[in-house]
Design a binder for this molecule. Structure first.
Ligand code: ZN
Length: 156
């Protein structure tokens, strides 16, 4: 099945940078692209993740695959969720629940963990995945009473 043809890592990262086409024409040959659903691969933390039913546009003539902004966003979210499940990491929702339990904004939590201001936001939207080290720290905050107070008293 043509739609199941894997997208190369290179194409996926190009799409994720938001290449915008003026219309629905193939960037290679100008043929009108068709909407497809199928398996695409995307690297997450250096590991190739296979997303089973990604949406994308495909050129019926030359096979070029193009992802629109929403499709690309969804592909990253799905790939992050699969990666987290495979590695036993907290899901985006679980991270949000931990943060909200302590009444922290995304920026607050990022500051306490000495991360870039947008890092927690990226975790919760599935744009990035937390490292295993950060994952265990989030679990400590969730499960060990007093952890947040400790972080607050040692805030940078
Ligand atoms: Zn084409």
């Amino acid at each position: 099945m043509a739609a199941s043809k894997a997208l190369s890592s290179r194409s996926a990262s190009q799409a994720s940078r938001g290449r915008v086409l003026p219309d629905d024409a193939c960037p290679n040959c100008g043929t009108r692209l068709l909407e497809k659903r199928g398996r695409l691969r995307l690297p997450v933390n250096g590991e190739e993740i296979s997303v089973p039913s990604a949406r994308f546009l495909r050129c019926p003539k030359c096979g070029e695959i193009v992802l629109g902004f929403q499709d690309s966003k969804r592909l990253h979210e799905d790939a992050s969720a699969i990666y987290r499940k495979r590695h036993g990491l907290l899901s985006a929702d679980e991270i949000r629940v931990v943060r909200e339990r302590f009444g922290l904004t995304q920026a607050n939590l990022a500051r306490l963990l000495r991360l870039g201001a947008n890092t927690v936001s990226r975790w919760e939207s599935g744009r990035n995945v937390q490292t295993a080290a950060m994952d265990i720290l989030l679990r400590l905050i969730r499960d060990l009473p007093g952890s947040i107070d400790y972080l607050r008293s040692h805030a940078a």
